[in-house]
Design a protein around this ligand. Structure first.
Ligand code: SAM
Ligand code: SF4
Length: 327
């Protein structure tokens, strides 16, 4: 469906849990993480009911996220059920990769279309510095498992952090040399506890300059197929894969935003930045009919805000943390 600004909304990010097995400093506090009681998290049945309604409104792509989505029991079953819904064409996953080795076979068997692995560095010590957990080897094995299984729809997402993983960006990009994968650099967003982490992001211009010093010219890709979503992709001579950049602050892409978000506790957000939206769980659990749900969800999507205001520190913000929304 189209929103009030005539944007085609066709993509929903659904968070299935607020729990995580890492503690990335820009995403989660070290201590005092409040966890939703199990009963407050949407059940698979509830997620599927909402997804069915979203599909009726023209959403055809769903990304499962969290927290760490692979901590949710039986996640591959949810993938299979979502894939079987009429109108849902693409089901993807964003994961930190820690449990990938365990679940990748089932995810692939049950039809996952794409797996994005968040990985900020290939250096185990740096990994621990960023995530507060020393389990880089698990992530590495998970990614290797995907390659060995011949699963090709993989993206690696890295948040460049000045003076932290800065010197590892070339090594990360180099993974796209021999593998047909997309390595993407995502601008650090001022969301939740990010400001308290002490981390500072980097601009895509800085990263491009670093990569060009090492690999030579980055050539923009303008094929319509790869220009899906907000990422800008580049190829490099002798590289099989591509390098992408997503910079929501530096290059605002709100004019072409096509997404909505459903939190693990069932709150439908039309824009990452604000706390406005609708408490879908409350409706689901108070006996709302499909038609009532559809009407409220359609209204929420229609009223999607024009743009985020992350660049203005004084502007109204959602008080949720990134792990509570799903990125
Ligand atoms: N745990 C999963 C993972 O890490 O892929 C899924 C949830 S995580 C919130 C989704 C993405 O959000 C990750 O790629 C993470 O790097 C990103 N993220 C978290 N906080 C961020 C921030 N302040 N700015 C930019 N990206 C952020
Ligand atoms: Fe967990 Fe993902 Fe947040 Fe890291 S970015 S703490 S892996 S939810």
């Amino acid at each position: 469906m189209r929103d009030q600004f005539n944007r085609e909304i066709e993509y929903a990010r659904i968070s299935v849990t607020d729990r995580c097995n890492l503690r990335c400093r820009y995403c989660m506090p070290a201590n005092g993480v409040s966890k939703l009681p199990h009963g407050e998290i949407l059940s698979f049945e509830e997620i599927l009911r909402v997804a069915e309604i979203l599909a009726r409104l023209g959403i055809h792509k769903i990304r499962l996220t969290g927290g760490e989505p692979l901590l949710r029991k039986n996640l591959p079953i949810l993938v299979r059920e979502l894939k079987s819904l009429r109108g849902i064409e693409i089901v993807t996953l964003t994961t930190n990769g820690v449990l990938l080795e365990k679940f990748a076979s089932d995810l692939i068997a049950f039809g996952i279309d794409e797996i994005n692995v968040s990985l900020d560095t290939l250096d185990a010590r740096e990994f621990e510095k960023i995530t507060r957990r020393g389990i880089f080897a698990e992530v590495h094995r998970g990614i290797q498992f995907l390659f060995d299984a011949g699963f090709r729809n993989v993206k690696l997402n890295c948040v460049p952090l000045r003076g932290v993983n800065e010197d590892n960006l070339v090594a990360l990009a180099a993974l796209a040399k021999d593998q047909n994968l997309k390595v993407r650099f995502i601008e650090l967003m001022p969301f939740g506890c990010t400001s308290r982490s002490g981390f500072v992001g980097m601009t895509s211009a800085e990263i491009i300059s670093k990569l060009e010093n090492h690999f030579g010219k980055l050539i923009p890709c303008d094929g319509s197929k790869i220009l899906q979503g907000p990422a800008k992709y580049f190829s490099i001579k002798n590289f099989v894969g591509q390098i992408g950049f997503i910079d929501a602050l530096e290059h605002k892409f709100c004019g072409s935003c096509n997404r909505i978000r459903l939190t693990a506790e069932g709150f439908l957000k039309a824009c990452l930045c604000y706390d406005t939206g609708v408490d879908v769980k409350k409706l689901l659990r108070s006996g709302a009919s499909d038609e009532e749900l559809l009407t409220v969800i359609r209204e929420t999507i229609y009223r999607k805000p024009l743009e985020h205001s992350f660049e203005r520190s004084s502007a109204a913000r959602d008080a949720r943390q990134m792990y509570q929304v799903g990125g």
